[in-house]
Design a protein around this ligand. Structure first.
Ligand SMILES: Nc1nc2c(ncn2[C@@H]2O[C@H](COP(=O)(O)OP(=O)(O)OP(=O)(O)O)[C@@H](O)[C@H]2O)c(=O)[nH]1
Ligand SMILES: [Zn+2]
Ligand SMILES: [Zn+2]
Length: 332
């Protein structure tokens, strides 16, 4: 979890901000704060202080302004189990399910609850924003390199005449993926998370302020390549889609169960490579269903297009639902 990772140096790409369109804020929440814009410097604090809403950049305490040292001795208890002679040392066995040096399990649970409840409030705003516009938001999660961007590029090329598509790209650094998406003609905005290992709902809310999002379209959110942390963060999406590639091993759903439990659809990608591997598709799907019996699964190749039509049908069925919800909301 991100109490471990120390996330918090996010910057939302300024290149997409149009000249003269500073904070026109079509997005679900309007507030500004200290994130970096590559092309200019400004201090948002007066506005930020003025609106007084829940907002705490990164959810972390202010940094100390002066270096200091303090020597102390302390006793601490360990929340991991390693019975003498056992061949497993389990750091996930405690109350918090995670180990953070220097923090007790109770404290981790409290911090995590606080971070997640703030996130959930932003996610609700995002969800309301999508609902009002009939936008279907899909959050793509996976380990690095499973093929998310390749899959998105092919998907956009194949569906863009049927419905409008926009993309939010999450990466620790670089705008490479957003550029690959823009080459398809679809609007894309990059969120760089710096040291952060996942997108959160607050970051997505800011990206929505500048993204050119059409009513009734599909918003793909490509999360940071990481099979762990993005599972915990609701972005306001309709569905998480986990992309697993056949080069990663069929036991990934068992090793990283949270992600497969959080997803509604699994795309097993790079199927074109199966003739060269000893990967057991049946075993992989069975493992995924053990973790999440409701998970839908499709075997695809983003490279050859195999299986992709079924994915487009899955999306299209859901765009209809999003659109009819939006018109029902307008009517009633
Ligand atoms: N053979 C094969 N290669 C693929 C397929 N999909 C993606 N790749 C390759 O896998 C590599 C990683 O693909 P990306 O689309 O960049 O993966 P990603 O999930 O977006 O990566 P991150 O954003 O870094 O997490 C690239 O070399 C792709 O060409 C596929 O279906 N088959
Ligand atoms: Zn993390
Ligand atoms: Zn903010």
């Amino acid at each position: 979890m991100c109490t471990v990772c120390g996330c918090g140096t996010t910057s939302i790409e300024a290149g997409e901000r149009q000249a003269g369109r500073t904070e026109t804020a079509e997005g679900p929440h309007r507030h500004v704060h200290d994130h970096t814009h590559p092309d200019h410097e400004h201090d948002h604090r007066p506005h930020h202080d003025a609106h007084g809403d829940r907002h705490d950049p990164d959810g972390r305490a202010p940094a100390h302004s002066q270096a200091h040292s303090h020597a102390h001795s302390h006793a601490h208890s360990h929340a991991h189990s390693h019975a003498p002679g056992a061949d497993v040392v389990d750091f996930g066995a405690g109350l918090a399910g995670v180990h953070v040096p220097g923090l007790s399990q109770d404290r981790i649970v409290r911090i995590e609850r606080d971070i997640l409840s703030k996130n959930d409030a932003y996610a609700r705003d995002n969800r309301a924003f999508f609902a009002a516009r009939g936008v279907l938001a899909l959050n793509l999660v996976s380990s690095p390199g499973s093929g998310k961007t390749t899959l998105l590029v092919r998907t956009i090329d194949d569906v863009k005449l049927k419905f409008p598509v926009a993309v939010i790209e999450g990466d620790q650094q670089t705008s490479n993926d957003a550029e690959r998406i823009r080459a398809t003609g679809a609007p894309a905005i990059q969120i760089n998370t710096g040291k952060g290992c996942h997108l959160d709902a607050h970051m997505v809310g800011h990206a929505l302020e500048t993204l050119d999002l059409s009513r009734g379209g599909v918003l793909f959110i490509e999360n940071v390549g990481n099979l762990v942390c993005p599972a915990a963060f609701d972005l306001g999406e309709a569905h998480k889609i986990v992309v697993l590639s056949v080069t990663e091993g069929e036991d990934k759903p068992l090793k990283y169960p949270d992600m497969f439990a959080a997803a509604d659809l699994m795309l097993l990608n790079k199927a074109d490579l199966l003739p060269h591997l000893s990967f057991d598709v049946g075993a992989c799907l069975a493992n995924a269903l053990r973790v999440n019996p409701r998970l839908q699964t499709l075997v695809v190749s983003a490279q050859t297009g195999e299986g992709m039509a079924a994915f487009y049908a899955w999306i299209e069925a859901r765009t209809g639902v999003a659109a009819s919800r939006a018109s029902a909301a307008r009517a009633g």
